[in-house]
Design a protein around this ligand. Sequence first.
Ligand code: NAD
Length: 328
Amino acid sequence: MDRIKAEQRVSELNELLGTYGHAYYVLDNPKVPDAVYDQLLHELIELETLYPDLVFPDSPTQRVGGAPISNFEKVTHDRPMLSLSNVFGEDDLREFDKRVRNGAGEQVEYVCEMKIDGLAVSLIYENGKFVRGATRGDGRVGEDITVNLRTIRSIPLKLKEPVSLEVRGEVFMPKQSFLKLNEQRGDKGEEVFANPRNAAAGSLRQLDPKIAASRNLDVFIYGIGGDAENYGLDNHDGSLTYLNKLGFKTNEERKVCRSVEEVLEYIETWTEQRLKLSYEIDGIVIKVNRFLQQQELGFTAKSPKWATAYKFPAEEVMTNLRDIELSV
Ligand code: NAD
């Protein structure tokens, strides 16, 4: 594609992705399936790689998530809550593995986890007590939704040890609760939610905590927000075991893999079995296990270089989506 055409397409893509991003992150009402959004984003990344002067500051490739939007108080995260890079197939995954081994040495262990399709939250505990919870927002600034998070029964209000720490996790709505909620909304003539993720996001943004409390939300905690080494930990898998001991709900389907082949096997298993889960996942997250190696690899502006999200193939994702905007 020549530069003039590329410039035109980049501007079109920025516009489209901006509109879809707003509908998804701010209105909790997506206009297109995630797979369509991801494909357009991928096209934009490719054009921006070819023509770096076409990377505009408001490009969706330069942002993490959406803007904090509601009447809740704004909270600046101590450390930014980043996004994850994506891989879309075996070749992409092998490339990721190669980059990791080039940066961190040949001996790398990965932890594979469910990529829960929900909403990222940060939870702060002081001396073992839950004091504040926030959304990711734009990654730097989120919203204080403590009152709503306190209604989620799987979020401990008091830990088993009086430690001070920040944890991060994903709030989600189980599939059954989502179906029931939509049925009730349909009966009342109210608009139904597009998917469990949007239902969870909409529930957490309710100003009345009684509504959030009635929505049957749940959580999986997937990591420590600060320096996990401060708690005597040297790898991610161990940190999840520790969090579980403190009283947090962690996802037990994770697996430590010693090679990219093992990671591929795990992905294959869960591509088939994910429909049996009681919650939705939109991929598999692959993280380097050892913290020392994570530090060696570091971050880009948007995401850690030591982790990535394998996204399930588009056609499968499509089946459980409501509507596809045909004009794309
Ligand atoms: P992302 O959802 O691809 O990945 C990052 C997020 O994964 C984290 O913030 C965290 O919340 C979550 N996560 C779930 N399980 C995790 C685990 N085990 N470990 C670590 N993180 C875990 O990135 P994003 O920046 O949040 O948003 C992009 C997503 O939003 C894409 O899936 C995209 O398709 C979708 N989107 C869709 C539309 C649309 O119109 N349909 C618009 C914008 C964005």
